[in-house]
Design a protein around this ligand. Structure first.
Ligand code: A2P
Length: 278
């Protein structure tokens, strides 16, 4: 079973969850049911993934008690602004058939809109209203995190960012650690781009594991929360089977050496990204 990571507000989050980004709505209910069967107890959602209704059906049908499943959702920047964020949260709660989210995030800062501080204030309000337990952000850079802290005095409990062996973001992680912000990694497997790397293949052979399991184990040992994605039940189960072994110091040193800095980034620079119109 996976471990738990404690937030600065005292709540705990399962360290390993299932990410449903990119799963087609028609496949979502079955994949979430299979993930719960495999032992996953944290599901990472967002309104923009357009499958919250289907995740909600899987949750409602599940024999696992609602309180035992940690649910995250995120508000997309087209819904930024104080009142819109409150509305968006109500809609996601209804779609996911929940009364309260364990964690609710601003999906990315969309700086050109100039609305992320106001939207952060809405998350603070949602927490006061009891609609969400913990609040955080995604794809924020340290200067934007600092701005939220300076403007409101409320520190996000988590920042969900792209992070994997080819893009390790050690300075940003240091900033998170200094402010008690948990680092959560999207694309923790680097969208599978690193899985044929000789270094990871070698470490995997030594431990009798797959390269994906080595990467996920490394992430866990770094203290990161991770939400690997898979559209395949076997790989999704494999990705949960990462708790019965430990990496050696020499393995970790080799993985540090894989970092390509910004050249390893797969997603956009969220300061420059244009807001898609849907
Ligand atoms: P698939 O959906 O066919 O399993 P990330 O979470 O870093 O974005 O990575 C997702 C990608 O990694 C998907 O292309 C997924 O493909 C692939 N993937 C997920 N788990 C594994 C695994 N255990 N072995 C190989 N590829 C994997």
């Amino acid at each position: 079973m996976g471990g738990l990571i404690e937030f600065s507000d005292g709540q705990e989050i399962p360290q390993l969850g299932f990410g449903v980004a990119g799963i087609l709505p028609e496949n979502t209910q079955g994949m979430v049911e299979a993930a719960l069967d495999a032992g996953y107890r944290m599901i990472d959602n967002a309104s923009i993934y357009k499958n919250e209704v289907e995740v909600g059906r899987a949750l409602a049908k599940s024999a696992v008690a609602a309180d035992d499943i940690f649910i995250t959702s995120k508000v997309w920047p087209l819904d930024f602004g104080f009142d819109n964020v409150i509305k968006a949260c109500h809609k996601s709660l209804a779609d996911l058939q929940r009364k309260q989210f364990d964690l609710y995030l601003l999906h990315w800062p969309a700086p050109s809109l100039g609305l992320y501080v106001e939207s952060w204030k809405a998350l603070i309000e949602l927490r006061k209203l009891g609609l969400v337990k913990s609040i955080g952000v995604s794809n924020f850079y340290p200067n934007q995190l600092q701005e939220l802290i300076d403007e409101t005095g409320v520190v996000p409990v988590i920042n969900q960012i792209e992070l994997h062996p080819y893009y390790q973001r050690r300075d940003e992680k240091k900033f998170h650690n200094a402010h008690n912000i948990v680092t959560e990694c999207w694309s923790p497997l680097g969208r599978a781009t690193c899985l044929e790397d000789d270094v990871l293949v070698g470490i995997a052979q030594k431990h009798g594991k797959t390269p994906a399991q080595i990467v996920l184990r490394w992430q866990i040992e770094q203290g990161n929360v991770i939400i690997p994605r898979s559209r395949n039940v076997g790989r999704m189960q494999q990705n949960f089977d990462v708790f019965g072994f430990a990496l050696h110091d020499e393995d970790k040193a080799k993985i540090v050496g894989l970092d390509k800095g910004l050249d390893g980034r797969l997603g956009p620079d969220f300061d420059l990204e244009e807001l898609p119109n849907d």
